[in-house]
Design a protein around this ligand. Structure first.
Ligand code: TYD
Length: 215
């Protein structure tokens, strides 16, 4: 990537605490780097055309797995072109909730679309690779209990069932093992502030120290 900015993604199964961690991480990064240096965003839907796609993806019952996959990729394409790449080119840090690892874990491990076939599509898309991915690792029961406490209506993917989420969890573990230089697994079971501390440590170790070393 020729961009000057830094790209961080947060990943994990539904109920792992991504949004809370994204908020805490961005607040800390703004304190560390200065105001306006950080873009907090999310998928699906984090761009001007994304609202309609997010609604379709999370609510439309008639989507097949193939249509679902293509819509997630279309959403990402718009998100990158209008939000992520411009921010990185301006030297900002981008913190994005969910990205390509979600597509691999949910659509390949979860829905059963072949990893090799999906890799062909992803290679064609040439989406930027994150500098660091934080995988918020949590067991399915704890995540499910958290979602229940949140008490809001369940979306299509959350409603896909326990076996589906178990396969997604397996996918994330496998992805983390395959890319140890990019993906850092953080135990997401403790309270939010403890998890945030581990996330900050990972960012300091993998990004801030490296940048200082290069300066
Ligand atoms: P998310 O915004 O994390 O849900 P919530 O706001 O309810 O926490 O993501 C919505 C759902 O979309 C989530 O179940 C994961 C799924 N998803 C995929 O299946 N593939 C993808 O590529 C992405 C980005 C998300």
């Amino acid at each position: 990537m020729n961009d000057r900015g830094i790209f961080i993604t947060l990943e994990g199964i539904d109920g792992c605490g991504k949004s809370t961690q994204a908020e805490l991480l961005c607040a800390w990064l703004e304190d560390t780097l200065g105001k306006g240096k950080v873009l907090r965003t999310f998928e699906p839907g984090g761009w001007s055309g994304g609202k309609a796609l997010r609604r379709l993806l999370l609510e439309e019952a008639a989507l097949t797995s193939r249509t679902e996959l293509l819509l997630f990729l279309a959403d990402r394409s718009g998100h990158i072109d209008t939000e992520i790449s411009p921010a990185l080119q301006r030297g900002r840090w981008v913190v994005c909730e969910r990205y390509t690892d979600s597509t691999l874990a949910y659509q390949s491990w979860g829905r059963g679309i072949s990893f090799e076939e999906m890799s062909v599509l992803l290679n064609w898309c040439r989406f930027p690779v994150p500098h660091l991915t934080i995988f918020l690792e949590i067991d399915e029961e704890t995540a499910k209990a958290r979602l229940k406490r949140r008490g809001r209506t369940t979306d299509r993917l959350e409603a896909a069932g326990d076996d589906f989420m178990a396969r997604v969890a397996c996918g994330y573990k496998e992805l983390a093992e395959r890319s140890p230089d990019r993906i850092v697994a953080v135990n997401a079971a403790p309270d939010a502030e403890q998890v945030a501390e581990s996330v900050r440590e990972a960012v300091e170790k993998h990004l801030l120290e490296k940048r200082e070393g290069q300066a």
